[in-house]
Structures are given as structure tokens and as C-alpha cells.
Ligand binder design. Structure first.
Ligand code: PGA
Length: 248
């Protein structure tokens, strides 16, 4: 059995003090939920205060990006060691907003994922098709390519994958449980080709894209949906905690 994992992707929201306060609320509201891994991913500037707020609790801390070099002349970038030093355990890689606005490619996803794995961080690797790609029947091709190239030559058993159809992110449109399950199963078959069935069966695949308290349970009841990567609904403790509870 795979333990469900629900992660909040806060994107560019919350100051450090707001982050600490939100984590205090999340801790309290999710304390009783068993068998769901809970992760919050605030902006870099919040991580130190967020780590203090998470300390000693069941809530784990993630970042939203990582650079692949260990150090050097990379203005504006953050290394794995810097994240580790703050108590970060997870890192989102290749989110569609980074692919769309910041030039992220499958090749850079591969480099970042390798850096995270080398440092012992759990990468949450995001994949997903754009609306135009879905419309012309390319969903499978796009997602399979993102998985194969993004995770090429890496220990795929150590990653979490987030399937996030780009047209569902922040739009209120959700993939139906059937649509999502179909892609999740395809991702798992792809992992099996790459690393064998046992490894593929152990990898958690989250769904992301307008997951809310009222659709979370049905989505996470699908056989290959092992949690959620939550944007908007992760910014208030009550809705995030309700999604965590739906995963139990
Ligand atoms: P959303 O974002 O829940 O606001 O759609 C999900 C994500 O981008 O990870």
C-alpha cells in the first residue's frame, strides 16, 4: 500500500510570518489524520520560519524549486544544501508555471531532480499537458515524454510525481476522476517500463489542478491517485486540512 501524500504548493503567496501562522493552524487541524503524509511548500523566504513552525510535528517542509549546481555564480538560485540546512525534505520540480514562464524544460527537470536525489531530498516532479495538447489527443505522448526525459537515468523509486493538467491549474476546471486515473495509470506503466513493476507500484503519483475539499475524495479514491498537489485550496488551513482528511 502506498501512503497518500498531500502537499500544498503555496506559489508566490504568504510572508514569513503569515507562513508560520498558517502552519500552526494546519498542524492543529491535521493532527488527528492518520496515514497521510502532509507537506507544505512555501516560498524560499519563508522556509526558515516555516521550519521552526513545522519542527517536531507531522507536517513536512518542501521548497518550490532547486538549482542543480551545488554552489557558484548563479545569481538568484538556491542549492540543495541550502534547503537541507533549513530542514527542507521535499522540493517541487518542473511545475508547469516554471515551464511556461521560466524556461523550464524536461532536461532541466532532469538536472534538478538529480540534484535533489543526490542531496536526499524528495523531488515532487510535475508533469501535465496543456489544453491544446489534450484537444489534439497528445496528452499521453506529452506526459510519457516528460516522465521519460525528466527522470532519465535517475532512481525513479525515490520520486513523487504530480500529474497536473495545465488547463486545470487555478482554473476551477478539474480533470474528472476517470480522466485523471487514465493518465495516472499511463504514468505508472511508463515507470514500470523504466524501472520494473515493483518500483512503479511503490511510486506515489499525486493529482493537481483545482483539487478542492469537495472533489478530493473521489479523485484520491482512484487506484493510481496517491494524493494531491494543492495550490489555491492550500492557502487556507481549513480547506487544506479537509483535503488531507479526504486522503485518509
Ligand atoms: P491549483 O494549483 O490547486 O490552484 O489548481 C495546483 C498547482 O499548481 O500545483
Amino acid at each position: 500500500m502506498r501512503t497518500k501524500i498531500v502537499a500544498g504548493n503555496w506559489k508566490m503567496n504568504k510572508t514569513a510570518s503569515e507562513a508560520a501562522a498558517l502552519i500552526v493552524e494546519i498542524k492543529a487541524l491535521t493532527a488527528e489524520v492518520a496515514n497521510v503524509e502532509v507537506v507544505v511548500c512555501p516560498p524560499f523566504t519563508d522556509l526558515k520560519d516555516a521550519a521552526a513552525a513545522c519542527a517536531g510535528s507531522h507536517v513536512k517542509l518542501g521548497a518550490q524549486n532547486i538549482h542543480w549546481e551545488p554552489s557558484g555564480a548563479y545569481t538568484g538560485e538556491i542549492s540543495a544544501a541550502m534547503l537541507k540546512d533549513l530542514g527542507v525534505t521535499h522540493v517541487i520540480i518542473g511545475h508547469s508555471e516554471r515551464r511556461q514562464y521560466f524556461g523550464e524544460t524536461d532536461a532541466t527537470v532532469n538536472l534538478r531532480t538529480k540534484a535533489a536525489l543526490d542531496a536526499g531530498l524528495v523531488p515532487i516532479v510535475c508533469v501535465g499537458e496543456m489544453l491544446e495538447e489534450r484537444k489534439v489527443g497528445q496528452t499521453g505522448d506529452v506526459v510519457v515524454r516528460q516522465v521519460k526525459v525528466g527522470l532519465a537515468d535517475l532512481d525513479v523509486g525515490k520520486v513523487v510525481i504530480a500529474y497536473e493538467p495545465v488547463w486545470a491549474i487555478g482554473t476551477g476546471l478539474t480533470a474528472s476522476p476517470t480522466q485523471a486515473q487514465e493518465v495516472h495509470a499511463l504514468i505508472r506503466r511508463t515507470l514500470a517500463e523504466m524501472a520494473g513493476g515493483d518500483v512503479a507500484n511503490s511510486v506515489r503519483i499525486q493529482y493537481g489542478g483545482s483539487m478542492k475539499p469537495d472533489n478530493a475524495k473521489e479523485l484520491m479514491s482512484q487506484p493510481d491517485i496517491d494524493g494531491g498537489l494543492i495550490g489555491g485550496a492550500a492557502l487556507t488551513a481549513k480547506s487544506f486540512a479537509a483535503i488531507v482528511a479526504a486522503g485518509a
